[in-house]
Design a protein around this ligand. Sequence first.
Ligand code: RIB
Ligand code: CA
Length: 329
Amino acid sequence: MPKVIYDCDPGHDDAVALLLAWGNPDIELLGVSTVAGNQTLEKVTNNARALARVAGISGVPFAAGADRPLLGPQLIPEEIHGDSGLDGPQLPAPGVELDPRHAVNLIADLVREHAPGEITLVPTGALTNIALFARMYPELIQRVGGITLMGGGHHSGNMTPAAEFNILADPEAARIVFEAAWPITMVGLDVTHQVLAVPERLAQLQGVGTDVSQFVAELIEFFGQAYMQERGYPGPPMHDPLAMAAVADPSVLRTVAADIYVETQGDYARGQTIVDFRTTWDDGEPARLGVRDAQEGTPRHRVAMDVDREKFWTLLVDALERIGNTNFA
Ligand code: RIB
Ligand code: CA
C-alpha cells in the first residue's frame, strides 16, 4: 500500500487529486503540504484545509510550506484557477487545524517515522518544498521511496512553448529535485492532456450522486470554462489526479526510463524538462542505442508516455463512491 505525502497548490485539479488519494483504498495518505503556485500560499492553504472538510479527512496533518519560489518571480495563473485559487463551488470552513510545522519539517518527520522506501512523495505544484527538503535533509533523500510528480513534459509546455507551469513556477527548485538521488516518475502534459474532463466524463462523475461528486462537478465546470476560454480545450485536463492515480495503480500509465534535465536559463527554454530519449529504456532493455550502455545501468527517472484513460476514470469514480456523502456544506 503506497504511503503518500501530498504536496500541492489547490488548485482545481489538486483538489480532485486529494479526493482521489483519500478515497482510493490502496493509498495511505500520511500528510498534506501546501506550496505557493496556483495562488498565494495563504489561499492554497485555506483551500486545502477546506477540502479536508469536503472529503471528510481526519487524522492527517496539513502543513504550509514555501510562500514563493527559490529565486525567480512568483507566477499566479489567476486566469485558470481564479482569485481564490478554487473558484466555482462554495467552499466550506476549514476542516482541519494547520500543523504548526513548516511543510518541509512535516515531510522530514514523516520520512523519519517510516521505514526507508515506504513513502512516495506526490508533488503537484511548484517543487519549492521538495527542493528545500533535499537541501535541508540530504540524509533523508535515500529514505524516500520515490517521487511521482505532475509537471513538465517531453514535447511541449503550457505556460510557454517549452515550460509547464509547475516547473516554470520554480525552475531552480525543479532542477534541485531532478538532480537529487531519488527516482522520479514525471507525469507531464504529454499524458495529462490525454485525460480531459469532457462533458460525458463530467456526467459520469455527477452520476456518483453525492454531495462530494457534485462539488467536483462544480470545480470542473469552472476549471473547464477557464480552459475553454484560455486554451480552447473541450474539457480541463486532469493533471494532478492522473499523477495520484499513477501511485494508486501504476498500470494507468506507460512509462519509460530516461534521464531528465531541467533548463533554468534561456529566454525561451527556462522551465523546460528535457528528456534524453537517446538512452530511453523500455522495460529494462535499451529501446534505442544511446550514449549509455547496459554496464552503466538504466536511467534513474521515468517519464510517462501513454495513459489508460478508462482505468483513470474508473479509479476516480471509485474513489468518489467510497467517500460517499460527507455533508460538508
Ligand atoms: O500545468 C498544470 C499544473 O499547474 C497543475 O498541477 C495545476 O494545478 C497547476 O499547478
Ligand atoms: Ca497543482
